[in-house]
Design a protein around this ligand. Structure first.
Ligand code: ADP
Ligand code: MG
Length: 569
């Protein structure tokens, strides 16, 4: 019962296809990573569904991926017996891009192909990467649990549209055949293909197999009979879940490949931590810090979180419950032995096991970052440039770890004289003057405004360092971070600088004298400005500037007022 239809690709898919074909030429072999990765995901999904419905295996529970070539026809085929797709699924998944924020992403491309190709790598090209090497792609698929007559064939030449047709397909799963462009023939070469598959599939937890040709019966050099060897499917990878292997057996390359598989990132991760926890709780975590923030890091709709496995079985993507939101840039997985296999997002929400894991994993990430900051300041700076903004949400979100998160923060300061956020609170404390008991800071609209503020004059004269803050999030941060290691954080724009022991006696007396001799002047200014200000005071905080406006203690700062206004309050 053939039922052919032609569909147009979603606009963004067309743009992606165009860009990919024209700009990903230096890294063509990634199409194999993508397609094998999808096949492995399909196996994971079927295994998960079969937990509650064993019949979906149709008597074939040995999940695997097979890669084969046909040199004559110039084709490469990737075949799996995973979950497969229905007709609607095919039209949706192989005709559109499901990621939220996709349209905006494409709007922001510059048109400069070398720049855009970098971005596109970050975006992740997935299934469509087949068209990097293929002039035509044929997908035959049948969803698990559906009849053999509900197979679907999808065909496209990657130019604007694709056709779908209903076909007979006896085996469940998906078979993708790439008709290679003339100039990409090398990928139909068995040897070449083997070397790529080896590189990209060791971390994949299902067997990835390639056909090993047999040899006919022959005669040996002395006329003896050499028996024929039958052709067979040969497993090309280790085919065990990477995180279950022992750390010492896993190479950096394997960790990086696995990172790319689960994160859809094309670049290497910055660092990772692989741990098995035993005792009250039993779980394994493999956590990665990316080198670059993903394009949709600040997209509110984006789902974040770790991949969740229970006893090696894949359960779900984006399990958000294992990581606080300020660490949402962390990629990776957890594999729990304590959660039930039928765990759902609802059960995860309010669960003792989840909470304990979250606590452990959060500590693990903070530990990774502390170690990085200690051992490799330069790399930590790269990390900070990418993810510092997110980390600044930490003190508000994570009360229990407030102090540890605060220790990881970096700021610009009057000490360095640059706008680069390189100063840690610990470093500030080490440089504090005798008698200084507060950490002074200023928040302004820009770094320049902060650095040139008249509020800094007196402190500068006394050689007291001031942290210079100018990011939108800083006011929010500082509202929740009022203290670090028993030192109060104090805004230099607040009413009283509370210099305490730093105020020397002579200055104080001079100021008092000045105040009493200026009473008449102060009174006049107060009268003139009575509608605008609450109080006029003689101050010793300024050395060069004649006057400045300060916020009374306990009142909202001018930055906070602006923030509230911007938020429509
Ligand atoms: P992603 O893997 O990031 O979701 P892809 O472009 O690689 O994006 O794949 C898009 C979707 O197509 C997948 O999410 C999946 O639903 C479907 N898909 C792709 N390949 C297969 C396959 N071999 N078996 C089943 N579904 C697949
Ligand atoms: Mg994919």
């Amino acid at each position: 019962m053939s039922h052919q239809e032609t569909h147009g690709f979603q606009t963004e898919v067309k743009q992606l296809l165009h860009l990919m074909i024209h700009s990903l030429y230096s890294n063509k072999e990634i199409f194999l990573r993508e397609l094998v990765s999808n096949a492995a995901d399909a196996a994971d999904k079927l295994r998960y569904m079969a937990l509650t419905d064993d019949a979906l295996y149709e008597g074939d529970g040995e999940l695997r991926v097979r890669v084969s070539t046909d040199k004559e026809k110039n084709t490469v085929t990737i075949e799996d017996n995973g979950v497969g797709m229905t007709r609607d699924g095919v039209i949706e998944h192989l005709g559109t891009i499901a990621k939220s924020g996709t349209a905006e992403f494409f709007k922001n491309l510059s048109g400069d192909e070398s720049k855009d190709s970098q971005l596109i790598g970050q975006f992740g090209v997935g299934f469509y990467s087949a068209f990097i090497v293929a002039e035509k792609v044929v997908v035959k698929t049948r969803a698990a649990g559906h009849g053999a007559d509900e197979g679907v064939q999808w065909v496209s030449e990657g130019e604007g549209d694709f056709t779908v047709d209903t076909i007979e397909k006896a085996n469940r799963g998906t078979e993708i055949t790439l008709y290679l462009r003339e100039e990409e023939k090398e990928f139909a070469d068995d040897f070449r293909l083997r070397s790529i598959i080896t590189k990209y599939s060791d971390h994949i937890s299902v067997p990835v197999e390639m056909w090993q040709e047999g040899t006919p019966e022959t005669e040996g050099p002395e006329g003896e009979k050499v028996e024929a060897v039958e052709g067979k499917w040969q497993v090309m990878n280790k085919a065990t879940a990477l995180w279950t292997r022992s750390k010492s057996d896993i190479s950096d390359d394997e960790y990086q490949e696995f990172y790319k598989h689960i994160s859809h990132d094309y670049s290497d991760a910055m660092l990772w931590s692989h741990n098995r926890v035993e005792g009250n709780q039993e779980y394994t975590s493999l956590l990665y810090i990316p080198a670059k923030a993903p394009w949709d890091m600040w997209n509110r709709d984006k789902s974040h979180g770790l991949k969740l496995f229970v006893q090696r079985v894949f359960i779900m993507d984006d399990a958000e419950q294992f990581m606080p939101s300020y660490l949402r840039f962390v990629q990776g997985l957890v594999d729990s032995n304590d959660l039930p296999l039928n765990v759902s997002r609802e059960i995860l929400q309010d669960n003792k096991v989840t909470k304990a894991m979250r606590t452990g994993i959060t500590k693990r990430v903070l530990g990774m970052l502390e170690k990085l900051a200690k051992n490799d300041e330069e790399k930590y700076q790269q990390f900070w440039a990418e993810f510092g903004q997110a980390l600044k949400e930490g003190p508000a979100e994570d009360f229990a770890n407030k102090e540890r998160v605060a220790g990881l923060l970096r700021f610009a300061s009057t000490h360095t004289g640059t706008a680069a956020p390189t100063v840690a609170l610990d470093a500030y404390i080490e440089r504090m003057q005798e008698g200084q008991d507060k950490i002074y800071y200023i928040v302004a609209d820009s770094h320049e405004a902060a650095a040139n503020s008249p509020h800094l004059e007196l402190l500068r004269k006394k050689g007291i360092e001031v942290l210079l803050m100018s990011e939108r999030i800083d006011e929010w941060l500082i509202n929740h971070l009022t203290e670090y290691k028993d030192k109060k954080l104090h805004s230099v724009t607040r009413g009283d600088l509370e210099l305490g022991d730093l105020e020397d006696k002579e200055e104080k007396e001079a100021a008092e004298k000045l105040a009493s001799s200026s009473e008449a002047l102060v009174k006049r200014i107060s009268e003139v400005l009575s509608d605008q200000v609450k109080e006029v005071k003689v101050t010793s905080r300024l050395t060069d500037t004649p006057a400045c406006v300060v916020v009374a203690d306990g009142e909202m700062s001018s930055q906070m007022i602006k923030l509230m206004e911007a938020a429509g309050q």
